[in-house]
Design a protein around this ligand. Structure first.
Ligand code: URA
Ligand code: SF4
Length: 216
């Protein structure tokens, strides 16, 4: 796999935009796994069609399911602050999930749960197709589900911060923002581990990481 050109042309961006819209339309009609029964909206993911960085989370929560957009709830707010701390904006990256429909414990739709391996397997062709269109220079997986769904690897606390590869694209596993929020938010040792991982990502795409700043 060749390294994608860092500067896609406007035509390249438009081609990817069209392809991503096609994939999103397929997802909207998808019934390949039981999650289709309880979803409000599908959440294909959104952002720049030819980004340098693709973030991959677990799956939609309640806010995402209502809006049809990835990472728009509390975890999304922290992810946004991290992206800004990197010197980037949400509009220049792409943000997606391993599953495109919300997974809950039961039909009361109250408590979210991680997607099962079967659900991730059923959904993975969409993310693969998105990655083929996006051609990111780096993939950042957030948390256990994305790491297991994409690479079949378990154990984010052991594996975070170590470069992997997905289809020839460098992949950096790091913690999920929800995990950081449960552990105290921005000002914890875990946050700075994530920050180190994100600095490694910036260096990989030839950007100088900004000084350690708390995301605000
Ligand atoms: N958590 C995720 O993993 N993905 C989202 O889109 C929102 C919260
Ligand atoms: Fe289809 Fe994925 Fe939704 Fe399951 S989670 S119904 S595979 S789009």
């Amino acid at each position: 796999v060749s390294t994608p050109s860092p500067q896609p042309s406007e035509a390249d961006v438009e081609t990817a935009r069209v392809r991503l819209a096609e994939i999103a339309a397929e997802i909207a009609d998808c019934r390949k796994c039981p999650l289709h029964r309880t979803r409000t909206k599908t959440v294909p993911g959104q952002g720049f069609p030819r980004p340098e960085i693709l973030f991959v989370g677990e799956g939609p929560g309640q806010d995402e399911d209502r809006q049809g957009l990835a990472f728009v709830g509390r975890a999304g707010a922290l992810l946004t602050r991290m992206i800004v701390a990197m010197g980037l904006t949400r509009d220049e990256v792409f943000i997606a999930n391993v599953v495109k429909c919300r997974a809950t414990e039961n039909y009361e739709m109250v408590k979210d749960r991680a997607p099962t391996l079967d659900e991730m397997r059923a959904c993975l062709p969409y993310l693969r197709a998105q990655i083929a269109a996006l051609r990111p220079r780096v993939i950042v997986t957030l948390g256990n589900a994305a790491l297991e769904g994409l690479l079949g690897l378990k154990g984010i606390t052991r594996l975070r911060g170590q470069w992997r590869e997905y289809e020839g694209i460098p992949l950096m596993p790091t913690y999920h923002p929800s995990f950081l929020l449960r552990g105290g938010g921005d000002d914890t040792a875990r946050y700075w581990e994530v920050w180190d991982d994100l600095c490694a990502v910036l260096r990989r795409i030839g950007r100088e990481p900004p000084p350690r700043t708390r995301p605000r």
